[in-house]
Design a protein around this ligand. Structure first.
Ligand SMILES: NC(=O)c1ccc[n+]([C@@H]2O[C@H](COP(=O)([O-])OP(=O)(O)OC[C@H]3O[C@@H](n4cnc5c(N)ncnc54)[C@H](OP(=O)(O)O)[C@@H]3O)[C@@H](O)[C@H]2O)c1
Length: 246
């Protein structure tokens, strides 16, 4: 097993379950120390204990809402103190509307909360962590993007679709300014993975012909981004299930 990322520091948002947990596991297995964020403290604390036990690195769990600016500032300062300068940020935390209804039948307040988590969260995290990366001339930012196929197929989940499209615009808007800084920003698409998020969506759960993708592909691609495999492709959109293992 490779330990290419030994001594490196990563931050994974939404690490408590689903895709984020598998990304964290893969990074920890490769030697990274990690800040593990989600609102549910019990989940990130249990993961931190498990990863430290299995792979040894320093694991810092924190119950934080990524859309809360003060909480983000506090936790990043704490992590830099405890772990050191961050090499990798994975903006993975996201949520989706609880009902699969058309825009005009939905709850505008809920849509806004979805946008706040899925867009404001990455914006705050990236704004907090980019300056030291740029200063050091090294770093990776991964945004877990989505084709939001459910929204396209059903005409629903508007807040989710808007937030994910905007997140990819954030990625693209950083490519130019980051050119020559040594910091790479990349979108990773997980395909369709069975998680609590997709389990809450009738468009997937009421069909028996859905082909689920393996979460391991996303975890592997994010780990490869951290290793520098895609450094020549800043701004790329990497569709994890379609990429060959090196
Ligand atoms: N599953 C798929 O097929 C699929 C496809 C395309 C893209 N994606 C993307 O993949 C990422 C992970 O999705 P998933 O399917 O693994 O979802 P999930 O199983 O629902 O996990 C989401 C994680 O994000 C955390 N989270 C949610 N809101 C948060 C907030 N405000 N602050 C901090 N953490 C928060 C959750 O923990 P708490 O609730 O405890 O905070 C949880 O740990 C998302 O960006 C999603 O859009 C997923």
């Amino acid at each position: 097993m490779s330990r290419d990322l030994e001594g490196r520091i990563g931050v994974v948002t939404g690490a408590g379950r689903g895709i984020g947990r598998e990304i964290a596991r893969s990074l920890a297995a490769d030697g990274m120390s990690l800040l593990l964020l989600a609102r549910t403290g019990t989940e990130v604390r249990a993961l931190a204990e498990e990863l430290h036990g299995s792979y040894g690195g320093k694991m810092l769990p924190a119950a934080v809402d990524v859309s809360d600016p003060a909480a983000v500032q506090r936790v990043i300062a704490h992590a830099e103190q405890q772990l050191g300068t961050v090499d990798l940020l994975v903006n993975n935390a996201a949520t989706i509307e609880s009902r699969e209804v058309r825009f005009w039948e939905g709850d505008a307040a809920e849509m806004w909360r979805v946008i706040e988590t899925n867009l404001r969260g990455p914006l705050l995290m990236t704004r907090a962590l980019l300056p030291p990366m740029v200063q050091r001339g090294h770093g990776h930012v991964v945004n877990i993007a989505s084709r939001a196929r459910a929204a396209t197929a059903t005409g629903t989940y508007t807040g989710y679709a808007v937030s994910k499209r905007a997140l990819s615009v954030l990625t693209q808007s950083l490519v130019g300014p980051l050119t020559g800084t040594g910091v790479v920003v990349i979108d990773v698409l997980p395909g369709l993975v069975r998680t609590e998020l997709t389990e809450s969506m009738p468009v997937w759960t009421t069909r028996d012909d859905v082909e689920w993708d393996d979460v391991a592909a996303t975890a592997r691609v994010v780990t490869d981004v951290a290793r520098g495999r895609y450094d020549a492709q800043s701004g790329a959109v990497l569709e994890a299930p379609l990429l060959e293992e090196p």
